[in-house]
Every structure is written in C-alpha cells, then in structure tokens.
Design a protein. Structure first.
Length: 266
C-alpha cells in the first residue's frame, strides 16, 4: 500500500492580510473601550457650550457686525475632540503583557502593526466629530459650503487627528508606560493656545501674533472656518491639509523609528 505524506509549509499571509487583521482587532478593542472614548466626546462639547456662553457677546461686541462666534468656535471643539485619540494605550497593554513581542516572532509585516492601529484611529476620529457637528447644528451653525463642505471639514479634522497619533505611538513603543502615553495630549497645549482659538488672527498682537503665524494649528483652524463662514477658499483648505501633513511627517517619523528600535531589541 502506498502512502503519501502532505507537507504543509506555512507562508506569509501578505501585507494587506496583515493590515486587515491588525486594523480589525484594533476596531474591536475600540468598540469595547467606550469608557475611554465617551469622555473624549463630552469634554469638547462642554467647552463649546462654555466658550460660547461666556465669550460670544464680548468677542462679537468688539468685532465688526456679522461676526459669527459660534461658527468660529466649532472647529476648535472638533480639534480638541480628535487630538490625542489613538490606540496607543492598547499598544502599551500589548507591550506589557508580551503580546506585541509574540507578534514580532511571526512573519507579520512590521509596518502594519502601526498602520493598522492608525486605520482604527481614523474610524474613531471621524465618529468623534459627529456629536460636535450635531451640537453645532443645534445651536445654529451652518456651512456656507453645504454638505460637501461639511465632508471636507470632517476630512481636515480627521487628517489632523491621524497626524497627531504618531506622538503617543512613539511614546508607547519607547517607554511602554501608560502614564507617559496619557500625558501625550499635553504636547498639544502649545498648539491649542498659541493660535487663533478665541479671536481672529488680525486681533492678535505682539509675540502671540508671531507664534500663531508659525503654529500649524492656526492654518488648520483657518481652513475649517472658511468652510463654515466664508465659502470655498482653496488656499486656506490646502494650507489646512498641509499643516497636518507637516505634523504627520514629524510624528510618523518618531513612531516608525520607535517601532524599528523595538523590533531590533527583540
């Protein structure tokens, strides 16, 4: 009797298969981690209401008639909602319990370990903008550019949210420390307040005006505001995306350098 032995040889699933697996796992974990997402929605909504209630009369009273402070403030709340949102905390858990190191023993594509997480971040960031937009509509904010402008508005916010994720991922991979990752949002504070968060750029004076000119968040907010208040301004919109691109170049370089460093140590 002849017998035949089938030899099964494991093979690498491929980049797209690895990317899909990492992204889907991250999305599942995000859906189970709502207690970390809900506060991120509540805080921007709270500050939108407080800022409008406390500053609207003062700001509009000192600017030309017709200035819409509500529409002016909506992009600020969206940026606060999407900045610092990442799966870096989940990555720290994977590092601490050894799951990440076990993944490095497999033929999985190393870059997908970060890109897959960022895809999940993109989905979460888009979801985070929805409650802020709904509140904006409730209080009377409209888009001069219509529905298409609103979609571009969401894309600008999402681009910024993803651009910033490189910083917490770099910290997570280098330190494996959840406290350090949670404090990554503090990196955004200079971007947030040395800019046109509360008044237009032409109202800023002295060193604050100079700082705002070099702050990428200034151009991010200008691009989002023009969609609400003025209409289509291709230069402002392009500068908004470009500002996110510059931040992404820095943060992604740090994140993928940290990833390579951790891979070499294993």
């Amino acid at each position: 009797m002849n017998t035949r032995t089938d030899r099964i040889t494991p093979r690498h699933a491929g980049f797209w298969s690895d990317l899909t697996s990492v992204a889907l796992r991250a999305l599942r974990l995000a859906s189970r981690d709502l207690e970390a997402i809900i506060p991120g929605m509540a805080v921007p909504l709270f500050f939108l209401i407080v800022n409008i209630g406390s500053l609207q009369s003062f700001v509009e009273g000192n600017l030309p008639p017709g200035f819409d402070f509500k529409g002016f403030q909506l992009p600020v709340s969206v940026i606060f909602a999407v900045t610092g949102i990442s799966r870096a905390g989940s990555l720290v858990v994977d590092v601490q319990d050894g799951y990440f190191d076990r993944l490095l023993l497999t033929p999985v594509s190393r870059t997908t370990l970060l890109i897959g997480l960022m895809i999940a971040d993109l989905a979460v960031v888009i979801v985070m903008t929805i409650p802020v937009l709904i509140l904006g509509f409730i209080i009377g904010v409209g888009f001069e550019t219509g529905i298409l402008g609103m979609l571009v508005f969401i894309l600008i916010g999402a681009a910024w949210g993803i651009a910033f994720t490189g910083f917490p991922y770099a910290i997570a991979l280098r330190t494996g420390n959840p406290t350090a990752v949670n404090n990554a949002f503090l990196l955004f504070f200079p971007f947030a307040f040395l800019t046109t968060a509360y008044v237009p750029k032409d109202q800023l004076t002295g060193w604050l005006s100079v700082a705002a000119n070099f702050n990428p968040t200034t151009y991010l907010l200008e691009g989002m505001r023009t969609l609400i208040l003025q209409g289509w301004d291709s230069t402002a919109i392009l500068q908004a995306f470009l500002s996110s691109g510059i931040v992404a170049m820095v943060s992604f370089t740090l994140a993928f350098t940290a990833l390579r460093g951790r891979v070499r140590r294993k």
